[in-house]
Design a protein around this ligand. Structure first.
Ligand SMILES: Cc1cc2nc3c(=O)[nH]c(=O)nc-3n(C[C@H](O)[C@H](O)[C@H](O)COP(=O)(O)OP(=O)(O)OC[C@H]3O[C@@H](n4cnc5c(N)ncnc54)[C@H](O)[C@@H]3O)c2cc1C
Ligand code: SF4
Ligand code: SF4
Length: 186
């Protein structure tokens, strides 16, 4: 008998979960908890069957579910080497200091910073670092240029960027930018 797909537990079991955290934000029943795995510290959703009402809202926002089902997402370009994309741009900031200290030219930070400066966005979801007993990634909503600069450069840690969307749901009239990896944004 075919297994019924009712929530994102299926995606986790199929090992297609990127740990983005979108399902946690989408669930109105508070049925999903994100747990950190031993070892690599991956973010893994755990579904409380007692709370889950099988509404499938979590699956609607899940990039992993898209992969399991090989679904396209209204995407005009699909390249065998780089996957699906809407458009591709390249460039770098003219701010010498930022360019040297960013990941690959500082374009992302500059676009966000200019967006804030010129009123195109009110906030941006970014990833910085936290320095506790160990160094780890820190996802947060940046609202100032300083907050955005603090997130420059790539963090080679697991990140659950979509969790920050929960905070932004409280500000429905705001425009925000979301920085994420392809597995989190698709
Ligand atoms: C885990 C990871 C792997 C990558 N692998 C490749 C690769 O194989 N080949 C390649 O060409 N490029 C790769 N990149 C992209 C590259 O390192 C730069 O992030 C990208 O080119 C943007 O450069 P930038 O100077 O414009 O970014 P910056 O101006 O330095 O800004 C970086 C932005 O990335 C965000 N960020 C940092 N770490 C993460 C994270 N872990 N998850 C989500 N967002 C994050 C920050 O919020 C920040 O806003 C990778 C990036 C990451 C985070
Ligand atoms: S929404 Fe993200 S965290 Fe949740 S199961 Fe899908 S890929 Fe994993
Ligand atoms: S199916 Fe609905 S209630 Fe169950 S975990 Fe997903 S979003 Fe929550």
């Amino acid at each position: 008998m075919r297994k019924q797909i009712t929530n994102v537990q299926y995606v986790v079991d199929k090992k297609k979960c990127s740990g983005c955290g979108a399902c946690y934000v989408a669930c109105d029943c508070d049925a999903i908890t994100i747990i950190r795995s031993e070892g690599y510290g991956l973010y893994i959703p755990f579904v409380d069957k007692g709370k889950c009402v099988n509404c499938k809202q979590c699956l609607d926002v899940c990039t992993g579910y898209t992969k399991v089902n090989k679904m396209d997402f209204d995407c005009p370009n699909n390249d065998p080497d780089i996957g699906e994309y809407r458009d591709v741009y390249y460039g770098n900031t003219l701010d010498e200091d930022l360019r040297k200290n960013a990941a690959s030219g500082g374009c992302v930070t500059e676009v966000l910073r200019s967006g804030l400066r010129f009123g195109e966005i009110d906030a941006a979801v970014v990833v910085g670092l936290t320095f506790g007993s160990t160094i780890d990634s820190l996802v947060y909503v940046a609202r100032t240029e300083e907050d955005i600069l603090c997130a420059k450069a790539s963090k080679y840690f697991p990140t659950n960027n979509c969790v920050a969307l929960k905070e932004l749901l409280s500000y429905p009239d705001e425009q925000f930018a979301f920085v994420g990896l392809p597995c989190q944004v698709n």
